[in-house]
Ligand binder design. Structure first.
Ligand code: ADP
Ligand code: MG
Length: 698
């Protein structure tokens, strides 16, 4: 149970003064994590992304690329985009030194006319970016009248906002939240705090929201303290889970190699050395008397599925069952398709279980799993529902593991007495980060692609040349090519995105004829499967998709990948998308369409992709470039799953946190000491408490 001392922090934001239903809605949108609405602690952890230093006023012409400045300007003219286009709204403004364009994507014109009227003087703060010698500021952080500017404090934190919420309102709510912050026991080691010069948790939050200096030492120390709290909570949770996995002695999986042999004979290819090495590592873990917790990392197309299949063979040979869980229906069915051939040849019965199996078929599968008759099952989240029972689940393989929470992985593993866990991921994770995500799970890497793969030619093309691209595609499909065409998801509105994808498939149908399919996240699973099948069989030649094809899909003879608005995707995501092609024996092409002008960072990112196909290298570059920020500024350089710790600042702290967590559990296994009790509070505070119930479970 969560300690009562945290209740005020877990209360809804409406428990603070001055937050009515309308504001609550805005906070829910900004900070809520369904099913929860925004809570007081979400406000406290909502870190500013910049600090405006009003003393930094170099003038338009002297503002450097990427510099955050305040400009004293006269608003010259508004330029609204033509109706029906997705171009930004621009407002031109001047000072003595030059002219700048203030740029707004998807704005409300009436709001802009009110806040930035033509002919008036305004102070605007934000980041300046230069394109072909012309400066721009996209979505200024702050817009003030001269009067407001005179009254403003010289330093002001800037927060991510949402419609209906101003920075001022947010600052006020955060001040209220700081007022109700209870005095919490110190969970960090006192000497360690002293060595680093870190403040207490409460002081750190206070400094976070009231910075005195941009990039000051005091501010950095406060953020580092909070990041370390979060990292330690994470490492401790992982260590608890892992300890629990290893507490119960395991029956070693001893296979006789009979199924392995039959499966290999049924495969149409030779395994790569990297695959063989991974299989050997996994089998060694399976034979050990401790439960396995291993991560299998391998780029898209590296051939992880067959590694899973052959290690499943060992578990089945030893008399147990295996479950392979995928995050989507589409992927589960694809696994079924690729596994059922070899499995049948080897005499292994294989079943599928997703939300779609109903009625008698479902009953039969459930019965087969409970009785042990079915040794291998492929499925989705449906696999860990309470109605599913296994006679003896010995191996759980979780594909695209990052799509599942720790809790979900554990729930699947809990279906067996001593289940081994194999987590697979197509996102190559930089070495420095593997630990954050997996604690000290062991990891195997598939660094080598199956033989015979041809390199993918990657090109960046301005979206202004889309006509030529369509022409080329017409010629390519006339000679038998298959093409993926990806339209991005923009965060503002799923409706608009869907409309864009639907419209694009219409355009392409008009240009290319009746050979264009469409697949997106809002479709019914049956329709999605049908669209995929049509593309697989060649009934359609172009598949327009939103990012639902991101993970795992395998159509070996697709050779062209077109990605619209490539500049809006993360590097890792682009790399994954590109990996959909280049799987067969014909040369492949990837066209990255971008909307000009491209900022420096965006340019650098696309160049990385053009230069290499090595997923591990791309992951490292991504890590470096992410600190640089992006034009739209939608993504900060945070780590997925973390609220305060940042990739660019806190990687070195991860290792320390891991060692700290280990030491704590060695000295105080049940977290009974005063520090242990405080650490439990920390786990609740960062919502990493799933491990706590494991403490006395064994
Ligand atoms: P991923 O690692 O992305 O899950 P898959 O397991 O889907 O990759 O494999 C991609 C494709 O490569 C599949 O069509 C698979 O049959 C094929 N494949 C796997 N291993 C090899 C190999 N050693 N040689 C040739 N093709 C292989
Ligand atoms: Mg896969």
């Amino acid at each position: 149970m969560r300690p009562a001392i945290l209740n005020s922090l877990f209360a809804s934001v409406t428990s603070l003064g001055g937050i009515g239903p309308k504001l609550q809605l805005a906070y829910d949108r900004l900070l809520g994590q369904p099913p929860n609405g925004a809570r007081v602690l979400d406000l406290l952890f909502h870190a500013p992304t910049a600090v405006i230093d009003r003393r930094s006023m170099p003038g338009i012409a002297r503002s450097a690329e990427g510099q955050t400045v305040t400009l004293d300007v006269r608003i010259d003219r508004h330029k609204a985009p033509p109706r029906g286009t997705r171009q930004p709204y621009k407002i031109y403004a001047q000072d003595d030194s030059g002219e700048i364009a203030l740029v707004f994507f998807h704005p409300r014109a009436d709001y802009l006319q009110k806040t930035l009227p033509e002919g008036e003087r305004r102070f605007v703060s934000g980041k300046v970016e230069w394109f072909n010698g012309a400066p721009q500021m996209a979505h200024p952080d702050l817009i003030l009248t001269a009067e407001e500017f005179a009254r403003a404090t010289p330093l002001e934190p800037v927060y991510p906002l949402t419609e209906g919420l101003t920075g001022r309102m947010l600052a006020k709510s955060i001040a209220h939240a700081l007022d109700v912050l209870p005095e919490l026991p110190e969970w960090q080691d006192a000497d360690w705090l002293k060595t680093r010069g870190w403040p207490s948790f409460a002081t750190a939050l206070m400094i976070l929201h009231n910075p005195h200096e941009v990039g000051g030492a005091r501010e950095a120390a406060a953020l580092a303290r909070l990041a370390y709290d979060e990292l330690l909570a994470n490492q401790l949770a992982l260590a608890l889970v892992r300890r629990d996995l290893r507490r119960v002695p395991k029956r070693p999986r001893l296979g006789d190699g009979s199924l392995d042999q039959k499966l290999r004979a049924a495969l149409p290819f030779q395994l790569t050395n990297a695959q063989e090495a991974a299989i050997a590592e996994i089998r060694r873990d399976m034979e050990a008397p401790e439960r396995m917790l291993r991560l299998l990392q391998g780029d898209v197309g590296a051939g992880k599925t067959v590694v899973a299949l052959l290690t499943a063979a060992t578990a089945i040979e030893s008399g147990g069952q295996v479950a392979l869980m995928a995050p989507t229906e589409l992927l589960a069915r694809q696994h079924l398709r690729s596994l059922e051939g070899p499995a049948r040849t080897a005499g292994i019965e294989i079943a599928v279980l997703t939300g779609r199996e109903k009625g008698r078929e479902r009953e039969a599968t459930l019965e087969g799993l409970a009785s042990g008759r079915i040794p291998l099952v492929v499925g989705t989240h449906a696999l860990f529902q309470p109605s599913v029972e296994f006679a003896d689940l010995r191996l759980a393989v979780i594909d695209e593991q990052h799509r599942f929470g720790v809790e979900q992985r554990l729930r699947l593993a809990a279906k067996g007495r001593d289940t081994d866990l194999l987590l697979m991921t197509a996102t190559p994770i930089p070495r420095s980060l593997t630990m954050t995500y997996f604690g000290d799970a062991d990891s195997s890497r598939l660094t080598e692609k199956p033989a015979g793969r041809l390199p993918i030619e990657t090109r960046t093309v301005s979206a202004e040349r889309i006509g030529e691209v369509v022409e080329r595609i017409g010629a390519a499909i006339a000679s038998g090519a298959k093409v993926y065409w990806v339209c991005p998801l923009v965060e503002e509105s799923e409706e608009i995105d869907l409309a864009a994808a639907t419209e694009r498939s219409g355009d392409l149908t008009r240009a290319l004829g009746d050979v264009v399919g469409l697949v997106h996240g809002r479709m019914k699973p049956e329709d999605k499967d049908a669209a995929m099948r049509d593309f697989q069989t060649g009934a359609t030649r172009v598949l327009v998709a939103t990012t639902v094809i991101e993970v795992g899909v395998d159509v070996a003879d697709a050779t062209i990948m077109v990605i619209e608005h490539a500049e809006r995707f993360g590097l890792a995501q682009l790399h994954q998308l590109r990996g959909r092609v280049g799987r067969g024996d014909k040369p492949s092409t990837c066209l990255l369409l971008y909307r000009p002008p491209l900022g420096e960072v965006a340019k650098a990112r696309l160049a990385v992709l053009r230069d290499t196909e090595d997923g591990f290298r791309i992951a490292e570059e991504d890590l470096k470039l992410r600190g640089g920020g992006e034009l739209l500024g939608t993504r900060q350089s945070g780590m997925p799953g973390f609220r305060l710790a940042r990739l660019d600042l806190h990687t070195e702290l991860m290792e320390v946190a891991r060692d700290d967590a280990r030491l704590v559990l060695t000295r105080d296994p049940d977290l009974d000491s005063p520090r242990g009790a405080a650490l439990k509070t920390l786990l609740y505070l960062f919502e990493r408490d799933e491990g706590i119930r494991l403490i006395r479970a064994g």
